[in-house]
Design a protein around this ligand. Structure first.
Ligand SMILES: Cc1ncc(COP(=O)(O)O)c(C=O)c1O
Length: 374
C-alpha cells in the first residue's frame, strides 16, 4: 500500500527515548535555543497580521527579504537577491535541493555522525547515501582519504555541516580547501548546511560561501533568531539552481509564510545583536558543561567551538543507549550518539541550550548514573 520511498525511511529513534521521560525533566536533548524570538520580531509579526500580510506571497520569498539576505552575505560572495530562495526552514530547503539534483542511483556523501535529515532526504530523492566518518580525534572534520576513497563515478554531491550538529565541531581553512579541491576534481556539488553560521565561540565564521561555484549554502532563521517554530530558512546558490530548486519548492509549499517573512526581515534589520547575546550565554554554558564532563571518569568530552552541543565519547565498557535510558528515567533528556549514525555510537549528545542550573543538576545525575556502569 505504501511507496517504496516511504518504506525506505524510518522516523528517528530519538522519540522513543524521550517518551520514557516522566514528570518534570531537565532538557539537554533540545535542538533549539532556549530563548524566544527577538522582541522586534514579535512586534513585527503582530504588525504583519494586522496590516494584512495574511495572503500568498511571491513563491521564492519577499524580494526585500531576499535582498537583505544577499546584502548580509555579500562580504563572502558576489550575490544578489536572485541567488536567494526563501524556504520553509532549512529542512524544506535541503529536501527541495535533493529532489532537484539527485537522480536514482546518484551517490551523496554525508557525515557520520550527522544531522538526521541527510540520509532520508537522499533516499527520498532516489539517491544512495554514502556516509563518511568525522571523528573526535580529527576534531570532527573529514580526512582527505576518507572522502576520496568513497567517491565513485556516481558521486554527485557532498553534504557538509559546520558548525556541526551533533558534535559542536567547526571546520578550519585547510579542510575547507581540501573539500573544495576534491569537489572540483570530481565535479561534485557541495551542499553546505550552515544553520549554526552565527553560533561560534572564537573567531569569525568559516564558510563555504564564496569558495566554490557549485555550492548550495543552506541557512535558517531558526537558530540565529530563536524562531524554530516559525519555520523559515533560505538557500544561497547560483541563479539557475535557484530557478530549478524553486520549482520543487513551489510545488511543495507554494510560498513561504508571509507574516513570518515580514518578521524575519525586521529581525535581519534590527536584531543583529540577538545572536551575539545568545552566543555569550551559550559560551558560559559550554565552558560549564565541558568542565563538568571533563572531571567524570570514563567520559571524554570534545571542546565545542560552535552550535550548542557537546558530544563526549563514553570510554566505559557500556552501551551509551543503555546509559541514556537510565539518565532519561532519572529525568534528564539527552540523545544517544547512534541517533546520528554508526560512527557516533560510542557518544552521547547533550545540548547546552539550557540554564546553568539545569546543566549542573543534569550533569550530577548523569555522573551518578555512570557510577552503575563503571
Ligand atoms: C544541522 C541542522 N540542519 C538543519 C536543521 C533544520 O533547521 P530548520 O529549523 O531551519 O528546518 C537543524 C535543526 O536542528 C540542524 O541542526
Amino acid at each position: 500500500m505504501f511507496s517504496n520511498r516511504v518504506m525506505g525511511i524510518e522516523l528517528s529513534g530519538i522519540r522513543k527515548i524521550f517518551d520514557m521521560a516522566q514528570g518534570e525533566v531537565i532538557n539537554l536533548g533540545l535542538g533549539e535555543p532556549d530563548f524566544q524570538p527577538p522582541p522586534e520580531a514579535l512586534d513585527a509579526i503582530r504588525e504583519a497580521v494586522e496590516r494584512g500580510y495574511n495572503k500568498y506571497g511571491p513563491s521564492k520569498g519577499f524580494p526585500e527579504l531576499r535582498e537583505a539576505i544577499a546584502e548580509k552575505f555579500s562580504k563572502y560572495a558576489d550575490i544578489t537577491a536572485e541567488n536567494v530562495l526563501i524556504t520553509v526552514g532549512a529542512t524544506e530547503g535541503m529536501l527541495a535541493t535533493m529532489l532537484s539534483l539527485i537522480d536514482p542511483g546518484d551517490e551523496v556523501l554525508y557525515p557520520d555522525p550527522g544531522f538526521v535529515l541527510y540520509k532520508p532526504h537522499t533516499i527520498i530523492a532516489g539517491g544512495k547515501p554514502v556516509a563518511y566518518p568525522i571523528l573526535q580525534e580529527n576534531d570532527f572534520m573529514p580526512t582527505q582519504e576518507d572522502l576520496q576513497e568513497r567517491i565513485t563515478k556516481k558521486t554527485k554531491a557532498i553534504i557538509l555541516n559546520y558548525p556541526n550538529n551533533p558534535t559542536g565541531g567547526i571546520i578550519d581553512e585547510e579542510h575547507i580547501k581540501m573539500v573544495v579541491d576534491i569537489a572540483e576534481d570530481n565535479d561534485l556539488i557541495i551542499i553546505s548546511d550552515e544553520v549554526y553560521f552565527n553560533i561560534i565561540y572564537e573567531g569569525a565564521p568559516r564558510t563555504f560561501l564564496g569558495r566554490y561555484d557549485k555550492l548550495i549554502f543552506v541557512n535558517s532563521f531558526s537558530k540565529e533568531f530563536a524562531m524554530t517554530g516559525w519555520r523559515l530558512g533560505y538557500l544561497i546558490a547560483p541563479k539557475e539552481y535557484v530557478e530549478q530548486i524553486g520549482k520543487i519548492h513551489y510545488y511543495s509549499v507554494a510560498c513561504p509564510q508571509s507574516p513570518i517573512e515580514y518578521a524575519a526581515l525586521t529581525a535581519i534589520r534590527k536584531s543583529k545583536y540577538y545572536s551575539d547575546m545568545m552566543v555569550e550565554k551559550f559560551r558560559r554554558r559550554r565552558d560549564l558543561i565541558y568542565d563538568l564532563l571533563r572531571k567524570m571518569d570514563g567520559v571524554k568530552p570534545n571542546f565545542p567551538r560552535g552550535a550548542f552541543y557537546i558530544f563526549p565519547r563514553i570510554e566505559l565498557n557500556a552501551d551509551p543507549v543503555e546509559i541514556v535510558k537510565e539518565v532519561v528515567k532519572r529525568g534528564v533528556l539527552c540523545t544517544p550518539g547512534n541517533a546520528f549514525g554508526k560512527i557516533g555510537t560510542q557518544h552521547i549528545r547533550f545540548s547546552y541550550a539550557a540554564s546553568e542550573e539545569d546543566i549542573r543538576r543534569g550533569m550530577e545525575i548523569f555522573d551518578s548514573v555512570l557510577e552503575k556502569f563503571r
